[in-house]
Design a protein around this ligand. Sequence first.
Ligand code: GLP
Length: 242
Amino acid sequence: MEIVVVENYDEMSDVACSVVEETVKTNPSCVLGLATGSTPLGLYERMVRGYREGKVSYQNVKAVNLDEYIGLPASHPQSYAFFMREHLFSKIDILPGNTHIENGMATDENAECARYNALLDSMPRDLQVLGIGSNGHIAFNEPLTPFESETHTVALAESTVKDNSRLFERIEDVPRRAFTMGLKNIMDARRILILANGANKANAVYGLVKGEVTTALPASILQKHPNVVLVCDRAAAQRLGE
Ligand code: GLP
């Protein structure tokens, strides 16, 4: 795993953006796996800036998102579909038909998981962007998710509901379940860019880099991937010297 420790969130986002832009310049029709959450917001701002400055075009890029809350329609401001349109897709030249995410309103959940797995198989990710949960989850693969998992539905850990409640008016409004790409789907990406900032991620980052590879800390599986770059700020990296 390549580890880049930077001073702060802005620097983390700068480095992340250069990795993404490099990928797109090398292969203008690449497939990007994208994440939601506060962590990649700075990255997305910079991707929009790079596009507006004419440095990069996303016209032939395809995007596949990690996860979506069950029960929220794509028009709901807290859905991840909305998040992606709001922060990235509506501001760059990616074609809406080339952006993919699970349908949080799917009535047949098994069929939706099968549809998404087939889509993922047909579109191997050249670069997968990831954040990390404070309990070491990636996408919504909570502790004890099998490493062999593919797209599935999950009941969110209480700590995740709490972490994510800051984006909702009330904690009761946070959906308790989600669709998520599985750990195997994530590991299928050719390259993985994982971002972490802030002291509340320090334990998760420690487990990701130095901990035992265990389903108790889902991100630790990334130690087995041949091409991972972790970009994190000093606060998130604080335990790496131990
Ligand atoms: C959510 C998402 C993850 C994300 C994590 C961290 O649960 N499903 O993909 O990495 O939270 O979020 P944040 O970046 O806001 O800390």
